[in-house]
Design a binder for this molecule. Sequence first.
Ligand code: UGA
Length: 442
Amino acid sequence: MRGASVVGLGYVGLTMAACLADRGIKTTAVDIDKEKLDMLRRGIVPFYEPHLQEMLAKGLAVKAMVVTDNLEEATRNSDVMFVTVGTPSNPDGSINLDQVKAASTGIGSTLKKTPGYHLVVIRSTVTPGTTEHLVKPLLESTSGKSCGSDFGLCVNPEFLAEGLAVHGTMNPDRIIIGECDKDAGDALGSFYASFHGQRMPSLLRTTPMNSELLKYANNAFLATKVSFINSLASLCEQIPGADVEVVAKGIGLDPRIGPLFLRAGLGWGGSCFPKDLRALVEFARAKGEGLPVIRSAYDVNEFQPLRAVRMAEHLIGSLRGKRVAVLGVSFKPETDDTREASGLVVIHGLLREGAEVTVYDPKAMQNARAVLGEKVRYARSALESIEGADCCIVATEWEEFRKLTAEDYAKRMRIPSVVDGRRIYDPNLFKSKVRFAAIGLA
Ligand code: UGA
């Protein structure tokens, strides 16, 4: 085997490249962003993802991994090429396939110059039909070669969660192969069989269409599960004695439901759920299907972060001129990613109400500054952020915030009051020492 290449070095692509290199596969990692490539060549990962920095440094040091903008070199030095470019939203919510088109055209023209069979694997999240009706014709027209005989094409969705991307790449719970033809599926199946060895996960081989759709279904189901429990949380807030945590625990014991993704909070964010749900709804709308369940899950999520603002008002009255600390602006712990983070929605809601906002996040301060600029103050620690504050809203469940005690708040705040947007505190310990409100608790 010549090696593998990965095109598009976001968190999925870079993690995949580093993991392939770690398992001894010669890997060419390609991106068009020169600034990012410069950082990567120096061993610096441009975002925070646990373990990735060390793996990148190691891969480069032992020369298992090369970072380049040269697609031709990547095609020449590999027999399998994973496409992990971004698929952002258009303003109307539909999927923007510009990067997929550019990558397909680029790869096609390098396939033209490269002899031998090559396998192209679409790992970006793309709407059903994209691989067969867009990628395949572009690859064929730019390479002058035939899909199925001269090169193979598969869809292979990823299910990595940020913050756990390395573990998820090394130990996926399943592998989905959507094959344009059997030879391509066999080739990708053998690639993964040798990558995972004895620990080969369950494998599902199917059509590209099913693979593309099931990736959206997966994210939509998880997001719906969270919106479901958040709806119940809102109901619990109206019923003295009810607690959504207990409700979630109870229903999670039913094996048909399961305990995961039932943590009520300020809603889901990130680079995947919001964009994928929008793309799926838009895709379905064009086919004449409304997907009401998924649309409702989205709607519930739009308002969920603002519940924290209402809770703060309930605790301390009008927020005008009040100092509110927001803990957490990453969309979840163990990442510095602030894309569509609930904390940001909370902050904008507080600013609209005239509050003065102080922000702290263990990893996402730089990204927060890029979005919020001078609109808020930035603290250097959680304790500094609550010093003299009138209210504190926990928007992300970082471990560091769990360690704060009710006394920490009571001692430092002007009006000791806490809105627990992620259910990290024991209400019994907090209610006696500070004004306290929590999602899903009356
Ligand atoms: C998600 C999926 O979990 C991955 O399987 C998928 O591969 C990825 O999108 C993608 O499409 O690339 P990710 O966006 O990294 O991964 O984050 P999750 O861990 O799924 O969390 C998403 C959001 O849901 C976060 O804001 C999190 O705080 C929230 N969440 C999650 C809850 O509010 N409650 C829960 O119980 C679980």
